[in-house]
Design a protein. Structure first.
Length: 323
């Protein structure tokens, strides 16, 4: 372990001890030992090198990842933990490390995912935004507490949720969503409800892909209707092919050897949407990326201002009963 690793670990433990003890001067030797033990147990999901415990998944993993940066100094505009982090830099870094791309600034991060009605409904990993317009953002960790990069002079820390958030956003899929959830509830936010589709062409392929990749069958069917009108032989003026209108380069990258084969097309499109939903955490953004490319969504920090893409997203969401 290097000196910098040791220093970082000490800073992390000190940040946690600050929450466990009123002050160092009022803590006895025995209570200090108890507090230290508690802090170490709280951080037990992180190794001495700050490496994530791969056995932890989902929301706990977001909290675990955020805890790695406790003690990092605040730096306005900071995105590099070696130099410092600001509030949105911390949020972007944490989710980016878990394979989910978020916009750079807090006001845009506060629009990602789905809305959570109140703090009572919040779950670990949800984003808490503050101000109108939004000027600060943090990661909820449960129990009325959050991890934030607060302001100049303070380090990344765990603190109480000290004021009512103006927005709470859920980036990760809701694990409580039932497989029988209706289309609106299942796909309005993250497209992960494994609902089955009924009387549409190629329903068996959409249902199989949904079961395999966890992408809603109704979403895949709506995409096929919008892309090709369920025509497996369709070719667009831009060269997109088949039922799911895959561009040749995209098909090649997905290992789809024949875009005109409905089974290959649906499987490839489902795998692509699986990746895009993970990256963007939102059905609308994933659809925009499917249509215009992930780079365009990242460049505009949202749905690109292309009429075709905006109409594409709007039409599919309308089919799903979303907005």
């Amino acid at each position: 372990m290097s000196v910098s690793d040791v220093t970082s670990r000490i800073s992390q433990i000190q940040s946690q001890l600050a929450l466990l003890t009123p002050s160092a001067s009022s803590t006895s030797g025995s209570s200090f030992a108890s507090a230290l033990d508690g802090a170490l147990k709280t951080s037990a999901t992180t190794t001495s090198m700050g490496t994530a415990d791969s056995s932890i998944t989902g929301r706990d993993k977001v909290v675990q990842e955020a805890r790695k940066y406790l003690g990092i100094p605040y730096l306005w505009g900071g995105t590099d933990p070696e130099k410092g982090l600001d509030c949105s830099g911390l949020v972007q870094l944490v989710y980016g490390n878990l394979g989910i791309d978020l916009p750079r600034v807090s006001r845009d991060q506060a629009k990602v995912g789905t809305a959570v009605p109140s703090l009572d409904d919040a779950q670990p990993g949800d984003l808490l935004a503050f101000g109108s317009p939004v000027h600060h953002i943090a990661i909820y960790i449960g129990g009325g507490k959050m991890i934030e990069a607060p302001r100049t002079g303070l380090d990344v820390r765990v603190t109480d949720v000290y004021e009512t958030p103006t927005a709470i956003r859920r980036v990760l899929p809701d694990p409580s969503t039932s497989a029988t959830t209706g289309v609106t509830g299942g796909t309005g936010g993250t497209g992960r409800a494994s609902t089955s589709v009924g009387e549409v062409p190629y329903a068996d392929l959409f249902n199989k892909a949904a079961s395999t990749y966890g992408v809603d069958a109704n979403l895949l069917a709506a995409m096929a209707k919008q892309e090709s009108g369920f025509d497996p032989n369709a070719v667009s003026s831009a060269g997109a092919q088949g039922l799911m209108q895959l561009m040749p380069g995209t098909a090649d990258a997905l290992g789809v050897t024949n875009s005109f084969d409905p089974q290959q097309a649906v499987d490839g499109a489902a795998r692509l949407m699986d990746d895009l939903l993970d990256r963007f955490g939102s059905t609308q953004l994933a659809l925009a990326a499917y249509n215009a490319g992930p780079g365009a969504v990242m460049r505009y920090d949202g749905i690109p201002p292309y009429p075709e893409t905006q109409n594409y997203v709007r039409s599919i969401m309308a089919m799903l009963g979303g907005n």
